[in-house]
Design a protein around this ligand. Structure first.
Ligand code: C5P
Length: 286
């Protein structure tokens, strides 16, 4: 008989993102404060199907085979835990926009790891599970942990930070998308004029001072993407006019988010942007 596990997969935003040196393995070291937010996919795992592994998703443009990070996470888990599910079907209900910098694929992979770890009665600690996640992708370790954290290295060195007070975000995903490797290449050729102030951000988070958090949002990719996609300035200026405390692009884009003083302000921003940007969400930190 098969058994079904269900797990929420939460999107992430980068409150800060700094890119440091290019490493010998071609990746870059980063430093980033990350936050999980309430935009979520639902991941269902059916174990014991007695059939070959399968993956389905309600969005056609998401890979539905062993290249999907959720499938790869399941492979890594079963290999390392030395277990066999006797057939596995993964079903993903997608709400997190793809190509957005919101870590949608990583969130699904992390949900698979968490659900399996719980089902098998915790063979891995939270940090050991995050290490497994690093084999799947740079953002998977953080998504395994969730909450607020500082990530270093490729994203696998994590330090948990205090939870933020409840915060309302508007997240807007424009139509265009950006190639992450291309963006890292372009950043290598650019002198980075402004970097996030991590001391100030950590102090703001420690105090729960949302005004100071908003002042310190900064992503070094943002000027590079904005150069080619000026509409990001339009979205941010509208967010600003309707009361945003602060705003930034997340990850390698193209989604931008604003920290709003209340749900009511967030609803106004959504109403103003919705016609041109149907992929718009109100979310809070989780
Ligand atoms: O982690 P992800 O698969 O999104 O990375 C895509 C590409 O972005 C990598 O192949 C690499 O070229 C670049 N990258 C990087 N340093 C990182 C993360 C990604 O150079 N920390």
């Amino acid at each position: 008989m098969s058994i079904t596990l269900r797990e929420g997969a939460f999107a992430k935003i980068n409150l800060t993102l700094d890119v440091l040196d290019r490493r010998a393995d071609g990746y870059h070291d980063i430093r980033s404060v990350l936050q999980t937010i309430s935009i979520r996919d639902v991941v269902e795992l059916e174990l014991g199907t007695g059939q070959p592994w399968a993956l389905t998703c309600d969005k056609e443009d998401i890979p539905q085979d062993n290249t999907n990070l959720a499938w790869r996470a399941a492979e890594v888990f079963f290999r390392t835990a030395k277990k066999d599910p006797q057939g596995l079907t993964i079903r993903i209900t997608k709400r997190i926009p793809a190509q957005a910098g919101l870590g949608g694929g990583s969130a699904d992979a992390a949900a698979v790891l968490r659900a399996l770890n719980r089902h098998y009665e915790y063979p891995f600690s939270v940090y050991a599970l995050a290490e497994l996640g690093a084999e799947v992708g740079s953002d998977v370790p953080f998504c395994t942990l969730g909450g607020t954290a500082l990530a270093e290295g490729r994203g696998e060195r994590l330090r948990k930070l205090p939870d933020l007070p409840e915060t309302v975000f508007v997240v807007c995903k424009p139509d265009f998308s950006v190639s992450t490797p291309e963006l890292y290449r372009r950043l290598d050729e650019t002198a980075i004029a402004k970097r996030p102030d991590h001391k100030a951000m950590e102090a703001a988070i420690a105090k729960g001072d949302l005004g100071a958090v908003a002042e310190n949002l900064w992503n070094v990719f943002e000027p590079v993407v904005t150069e080619e996609h000026l509409e990001l300035n339009y979205i941010k200026s509208l967010m600003n006019s309707y009361g945003a405390m602060g705003f930034a692009m997340t990850g390698s884009g193209s989604a931008v988010y604003a920290m709003m003083p209340s749900f009511e302000y967030a609803a106004v921003v959504c109403a103003m942007l919705k016609e041109n940007y149907p992929q718009i969400f109100i979310a809070k930190n989780v």
